[in-house]
Design a protein around this ligand. Sequence first.
Ligand SMILES: *Cc1c(COP(=O)(O)O)cnc(C)c1O
Length: 232
Amino acid sequence: MIAENLKQVEENICAACKRVGRNRDEVTLVAVSKTKPVEMIQEAMAEGMVTFGENRVQELMDKLEKIKEPLQWHLIGHLQRNKVKYIIGHVCLIHSVDSFRLAEQINQESEKKQIKTDILLEINIADEDSKFGLKKEHEMPVLKQLAVLPYLRVRGLMTVAPFVENAEENRKHFQNMKKLMVDINQKNINNVYMDILSMGMTGDYEVAIEEGATIVRVGTGIFGEREKKLQY
Ligand SMILES: *Cc1c(COP(=O)(O)O)cnc(C)c1O
C-alpha cells in the first residue's frame, strides 16, 4: 500500500511541476509519519524515502532510537521551549517557529552544541484563531529580531492552510505565502535570505506546488488515515 501511495504522490508531484514549468527537483516531499509505527516508516524507506516529518518531540525521539539509518527528520508541529534541547542536532529543519522566545531557545541550545539550526517561520496565513503561527503582520518584527541570532538560519516560511473540501480554496493562501516570501527577500534584511516555502498537505499539495511550494508535507496520502484525527 505504501509503495503504491508513494508512487501516486510522486506522479502527482511531477504532474503539478510540469503544469507550471517547474523542475521536479525543486520540490522536496516530506513523508509525515506522525502516529504511524516504525514498520511503516521502514516500508517507505524501502521505497527510497529518506525525509520524514514528525510533529511531537517524544514520538520523534522514540522513532530515532528505533531507526538507526541516517534519515532527514523534520519537526513540523508546535514546539514547546522546554523540549527544544532534545531535538537540536537530530532534526535538519524545524518548520514551526512562531515566536522570538522559541527562536531564542533554539539558538541557545544550538550554541551549546556548536551547530547552526535551520528553521522556518510558521505563518497563520488565513488568520485562523485555532491555528499556531504568526499572523502576517507580526512576521516582520519577529524576523528582524531573530535574524541576528548567530546559531539560527532562517530558511523560509511554513503554513498549515485551512482544512477545505476543495483545494482550490487554498490557492489564494499559497499565493499570499509566496508573495510574503518575495517581499521579505526584497527588504534585504541582514542575514535573511529565504528559499524554502513549506506548504501543502495531502488535500492540497498539488495546488501548493503550482503556487511555489518547495516542501510539501504529505501524511495521509502516503501512510493512510490516522486513527485520531489530530488537528495538527
Ligand atoms: C499532520 C500534518 C501534515 C500532514 O497532513 P496530511 O493531511 O495527513 O497529509 C502536514 N503538516 C503538518 C504540520 C501536520 O501536522
